[in-house]
Design a protein around this ligand. Sequence first.
Ligand code: SF4
Length: 253
Amino acid sequence: MKTRDTTGSETREDKKRRTRAILTALRKEFPEAACALHHESPFELLVATILSAQCTDERVNLVTPALFATYPDAHALAGADPDHLMGLIRSTGFFRNKARNLIACARAIVERHGGDVPQSMEQLASLPGVGRKTANVVLGTAFGIPGLPVDTHVKRLSRLLRLTEAEDPDDIERDLCALIPKSQWTEAGHLLILHGRKTCIARRPRCAECMIAPFCPSAVPVTADRIAGGRRTRGNTALPIIALHDRGGKGSS
Ligand code: SF4
């Protein structure tokens, strides 16, 4: 017997099928989907991901070569001079807080794990400056352990696609993981992030050129006319989406 989904008339099975179709379409658009942060070790990916909060991956990639040359591992970063570290990461924003977290995180890795980045969600998420999002990035990309990081793009898209109604990133992760096979969690995160950057842009979703518009309940019918104040106008029916962006698109990165 089909189970009615609590968020609407779509059954859970239907939603799983729709999610599968969304990921299939995104796979065609981004066949090489991968983490955009440059790194050569789990430690470097962890550091880069911490730096990526409220910052673009491109900016982080500009900063990390000099940073990793100076502090190549947790032992080196644990003993970093805070002022010197801040100078290296200043352009990523929130640099005082990030420097404090990076040093504390490196010290915890040295003290608790002998200098090696741990490979469990529980251990990673207990490190200073590391939440589930960062832990999932490291698990999925550095260790091949399935993880679905919920950043600002994943949060916005999953709500626009009505794959979840949750606001809290942990709840969104739970809802998405229930819809997507575990082996695809890491890839799904990459695909949604890439689509959010390229097409489903916050406050400016490009529905007319969106590969997954046929599966998106929030798609704007850009070719449809609408009647406004007695005049026919080309339809900008994006207001409901913008309202949803306002509710769901902030503060999760
Ligand atoms: S159809 Fe529009 S709102 Fe839906 S995912 Fe695509 S760009 Fe975003």
